[in-house]
Design a binder for this molecule. Sequence first.
Ligand code: DSN
Length: 444
Amino acid sequence: MELQFKENYELGYRYFRRVLECLRAHHEFFRSAIPLVASENVPSPAVREALASDFGNRYAEGYPGERLYAGCRWIDEVELMGVELAKKVFDAPFADLRPISGVVANLAAYTALAEPGDVMVALAVPHGGHISHGKRSWNGTAGRVRGLEVVRYEFDYERFNIDVDGTRRRLEKEGGLRPKIFMLGASVFLFPHPVREVAELASEYGAAVVYDAAHVAGLIAGGVFQKPLAEGADVMTMSTHKTLAGPQHGMVVSNEKYAEPLKNVMFPPLHSNHHLHAVAGVTIALAEALAFYHQYARDIVRNAKAIAEALHEEGLSPLYEELGYTESHIVLIDVSKFMGGRDAEVKLEEAGIVLNRNLIPKDYELKTDYRNPSGIRIGVQEVTRLGMGPSEMKEIARFIARVVVRGEDPKRIRQEVAEFRKDYNKVHYAFSNLTEAYQYIEIR
Ligand code: DSN
């Protein structure tokens, strides 16, 4: 028995050490890499402090001020500040910070606004829609978990946007469909969605408009994208860690009409506890948004356009040049002249450049395997937060072209990427940035 205890201790200790080694290695990698994944960001040191706080060890079921737990005095105060800030930043009558992710925020909207079997119109995943908007046969959350019947919007490839008239015609032609929700928002989100037109179509069916702002929440907060609620959306869902650089969490804001239904599904149906350390982190991120995002959001879009232009000059093919490439943080690039999107992703990671492969419009006709699509997706929100501007976008474009266009050995570029990154290790657009962006913090 003694021997068994000793063996278990040693085995446990080996795992313990290895986890900590992996954490440290991850930090080292990101400290010296170029992070271009469009759905990520680096939060401020204050957000990281909130994540490490004791809020993360407590329970606070219910809405702030109506808790079913003791010990929530400061938790309540923080969450109520978060609600106030979210209402102000997104100009919304109602806000709820309890969804623990963007997917759960969408699930809350589906649950509050529709019943299983109801119809929802959403972008297909290959058109940029998120998996949580997906239909049952694709294992999407809306179909598989909430039992919604998901039908897709018609899509205009020329404008990379929703074709509202085409969708109207198809709904009329198919007859009998009475959508309850028109979903907007996407994971590949280059240009603002036609919210007004979709809201008009939705009103013909008495349906609600939900706008998934996960990718563009920070841009909306900074006033450079579109204002979905003012343009006719009823509910706006989001995750809180992409262009809005908070911790991984979710949020819902809405007009008055849907406040009670949303509040009622957050607890008890969808959450017991709602990750209070993350709520504190979101509240800090919203305070930073209020103070800094008018500039941050502008800088993001300026950098996205700059990197697209620079990639074009380096011989790559960023899409939608005639539309100015993008109005968001995302650029979509066809790399098929040189290699598949998967190979580009792998080789670039070897060089220390982290981004995603992505389907691009021509893949729909070619029926390309989604595992090796023709494109890559870039997001510049994180490098912008590290203080980079248009001249750094040119340097990044050159690194990418050396790997993808000129076929240089990525391992030889890795060191140069690390050198380039040395000067960009502070988080900008934050109240306090004494700790480096990817600094590993030991509190054992
Ligand atoms: N799947 C993420 C993205 O990359 O867009 C969002 O959840």
